[in-house]
Design a protein around this ligand. Structure first.
Ligand code: KG4
Length: 340
């Protein structure tokens, strides 16, 4: 039997990553995270592209070695086409094209968001896996996205609700910055929230129709509350950090779950998955578990390694697209902004 062996490349933001999947099983997933941005409090696009250029060959080399696969065994090269930072995407795209061309194998372009959604299908031989059943709802929450996606099959999905302004991760990061916490703020807020009272502070929740989200009002409400309190007591933030984090987290989680519950009820779908960087959030994971019990949802939460940017999810998506014959032509170019 001939194998389907895919090499996948991810370079949309500040992680350079390569993975190998053979016949649906993950053989390797190498991620090189760029530490350089921490000093700047956010990703610096120019530095990110440069680091990708430096990292890409060693990362691919390592992924192939770890997988025990030689270049000649590859069936296809998959890569992240977008959304993401243009300079970063160009590095992965150009590398993938050159590599596929030199091996005379087809190229598969992958939408990064589809990758996050199909991360639930990554499997490692010998490990137990419970895949979502179609159709399922996926809450995709990251630094750049907050959306509810109706997933009908691997290559057929539709956004039914999304943020009209900031993403959930952005709300965590921006509010954390106001409190003087380090970047990225999401994980720090999560950690401090465990020590605070989630009922201590009330922040405004959006009132927008259907399944859409909005987080810019929350950010403003948080900022104004802190400004007013600090005017009265300069030590307010330091004295209330834990409860501010707990209350912020509880508000974000409530907003996210309210719309997801509404969508699940209206569409009659109880198969519900969580994807993206913010899915690491403890409060959100607990809310998912509570909903599973209360509303008889079957929930799917990916392993931590597959929630942040990684090539395993890009390669998995590439594998499904390859099987459906969805190839890219050699004149394909990346796109920085794109939806599903
Ligand atoms: O998917 P991702 O790695 O990349 C982007 O889309 O940027 O998501 C990163 C986002 C950041 O906003 C980060 O603060 C947030 O996910 N994040 C968290 C947690 N871990 C990461 N937010 C809340 N709680 C966490 N534990």
């Amino acid at each position: 039997m001939s194998h389907i062996t895919i090499l996948g490349i991810e370079s949309s933001c500040d992680d350079t990553s390569a993975a190998v999947i053979r016949d649906g099983y993950l053989l390797s997933n190498v991620v090189s995270s760029q530490k350089i941005h921490e000093a700047y409090g956010g990703v610096v696009p120019e530095l990110a592209s440069r680091a990708h250029e430096q990292n890409i060959i060693p990362v691919v080399d390592q992924a192939l070695k770890k997988a025990g696969i030689s270049k000649k065994e590859l069936s296809s090269v998959a890569f992240t086409r977008g959304p993401g930072l243009m300079g970063s995407l160009l590095v992965g795209t150009s590398f993938a094209k050159g590599f596929a061309r030199s091996l005379n194998i087809p190229l598969v372009d992958v939408n990064h968001l589809q990758g996050h959604i199909l991360a639930h299908f990554i499997q490692v031989e010998g490990e137990d896996h419970q895949f979502p059943k179609f159709p399922y709802l996926c809450l995709l929450v990251s630094g750049g996205n907050s959306q509810i996606v109706l997933v009908r099959s691997y290559n057929d999905m539709e956004i039914i609700g999304q943020t009209i302004d900031d993403a959930a991760g952005e709300a965590f990061d921006k509010c954390a910055k106001v409190m003087g916490l380090p970047y990225p703020g999401g994980p720090v807020v999560d950690k401090l929230a465990k020590l605070g009272n989630p009922q201590a502070f009330k922040f405004s929740k959006p009132h927008i129709p259907k399944y859409d989200y909005s987080f810019s009002g929350l950010k403003t409400s948080f900022l104004y509350r802190l400004r007013d309190e600090v005017a009265l007591n300069p030590n307010f933030i330091e004295q209330n950090k834990e409860s501010l984090c707990a209350s912020l987290q509880a508000t974000v989680v409530d907003v996210l779950m309210d719309k997801l519950r509404k969508a699940s009820k209206a569409l009659g779908i109880k198969e519900v998955a969580l994807s993206g960087g913010v899915s690491a959030n403890t409060g959100l994971r607990t809310a998912f578990a509570d909903h599973a019990k209360r509303y008889e949802w079957t929930i799917h939460i990916p392993k931590f390694a597959y929630t942040t940017d990684n090539a395993a999810m890009i390669t998995m998506t590439g594998y499904f697209k390859y099987q459906d014959g969805l190839f890219a032509s050699m004149d394909v170019a990346p796109y920085s902004r794109v939806t599903l």
